[in-house]
Design a protein around this ligand. Sequence first.
Ligand code: PMV
Length: 333
Amino acid sequence: MNLRLRDHVQKILPQTTFPGKKQGKAFAPANIALCKYWGKRDLLWNLPETNSLSVSLQDLGAETTLACIESAESASDVIFLNGQPAAPAFAKRVSLFLDLFRRDPKLHYRVETHSNIPIAAGLASSAAGFAALVLALNDLYAWHLEKTQLSKFARLGSGSACRSLWQGFVEWEKGMDPEGEDSHGIPIVLDWPELRLGILILDEGEKAWSSREAMEITKKTSPFYNSWKTQVAEDLRDLKIAIADQNFVKMAEIAEANARALHATMLSATPAILYSKAKTLESWHKIWQLRSAGLEVYFTQDAGPNVKLLFLEKDLSDIQSLFPGIIVVAPFQ
Ligand code: PMV
């Protein structure tokens, strides 16, 4: 546990030592970035080099229940993921995060998370998980903290989790403060009922590099990392205009170009970071061919081999027959 982080969190928490109820419970959606976060300006406080912008996935995400364990019952936290004891590395990450909030070192929690998205396949499952955990703590202790504060807490668990506190479009401000007081999600109030996201699960395997290590390798070794940062600033500016105008083609073109630039930048790192598999590349070709035949379909991709499609409701039946098994999300319905 990091004492600086813990002291910081403890100073913010209301003085409630006892849970307001038997258990806390919360749901948080996963989110998919249209302009990606890749690279930290500060590793301890999980602060990004650039702003980023995502859209949340409605009812796809994580539901977490959290309860205190009687001290005699267990010497550590008990973490369950989808009904099974969590893998040791993941359980340790969750426990270290819970340490920041623990008033009494002898107090342990039972955490049960159900995620309806594949874990660690680049589908932002950790973002939803840490956001749901922070919301469940807020519920258990009845802290009534503002979402902006909860977003900053969630960021300490996983950077992109700070965007999972809201539905819809959310921008993560990188901020300037060394301890990240101004680095949190900010929702963009807008309704876009026709917008659809399609999740193509091409490979459910665990990813080869955690995003944390892959970001550091990219930042330290890619000759294109500075160009990536410049592109993010431009993409973000244009993306926000396209979103405000509800200009789908413009928005989706920027999102796809941003994802391609991200993966090209990673590939130029040493060692090369390549999340794509043969099936990923096949799907890119298919999307490009369909687009040249007139279908308005675009993709984005995160730290994994799976691809997310961007399209509009009018093309739903075509997309469903062209991509059997696709999971379709209507982010604004
Ligand atoms: O929050 P992390 O450490 O899982 O990193 C997320 C990285 C990407 O998903 C690739 C991009 C993003 O902005 O969500």
